[in-house]
Ligand binder design. Sequence first.
Ligand SMILES: [Zn+2]
Length: 361
Amino acid sequence: MTSPSFASVAQSSPEQGSVSPQDAQALHRSLFTLDSHIDIPWPDRDDAFSLTSDRHVDLPKMQRGGMSAGCFVAYIGQGPTTAEGHAQARQQCLDMLDAINRMQGEHNGVTARVCSTVAEIDAARAAGAIAVIPAVENGYGMGEDLAMLERFRAKGARYVTLTHNGHNVLADAAIHRPSLGDEPQRHGGLSALGRDAVAEMNRLGLLVDVSHAAKSTMLAAVQVSATPVVATHSCVRSLCDHPRNLDDEQLDALRASGGVIQITAMPAFLKPKPEEGKRTAGVADFVDHIDYVVRRIGVEHVGISSDFDGGGALADWQDATQGVNLTAELMRRGYDRSEIAAFWGGNFLRLLDRAEQVARG
Ligand SMILES: [Zn+2]
């Protein structure tokens, strides 16, 4: 696909290394910067407004790092798909969403707002407040009860990741869990309940997140969903053959449906393990994945996530204060302001807006 961005990528090499730290900071701070996948510590420590030593993301770090918004997830680890397992998962999910909803107000010189619409995100930005966007990681959190999705949405959630590692009653995961009794496949993609859940998510304005989902699940979700799907924290399989990554057929399906892949800061998804020594990865490796997606399906289909506090961290993007290093690398590759703005949040906001339109009917 030929696009202006393709040209800018191709022409970038002579300019490499010519970006000053001041220029990178100036551009970074002028942008709307959204990280689409951040975990919260659990049990909750109610320390989001404190500058902590053990969280990669807290609100003071986001402010220092010029971050405008973050999707904070209620992460539910996969457990047994029994009535008891589902009851526990539902309760933990609601409790975690409540904890995320406490991340608002003004404390220690930082202002944050929980935002559940694009209009609220825009208003927060205009007011100089960090936008906290709740989300749910793992459809296990609804158990078998579709009505839970409305409760998630009422607590501000904007996406539900269909699975984590291990199949649930909605869908097959990319990584199955023999310790939970998983065979490689359980439903062959989305179950009947999973299809109903996608329809209900469309009705409510919840994005369908296909990170962690099996390829069969992802391709089925693209077919079934009235709203373009998003992979909130995944990388490119052609560059690193990890089951959590999306292959070219999946990228093409994303393009056809208008969806977005948010590249993530997981070294194991970014670079194959070397035969000797330890794997290290940095923002240059991260931007290699952005470049690949841009070349294959276009600027409008790729964004940025950290998976901070869920295992993500790079040598030169270790916490929410260091996002400017990513902006600098994107500038070095020759991307212009509008392209970098699309990666840092514009594309993700477009999907949220689309989901709101579909929900309004
Ligand atoms: Zn995850």
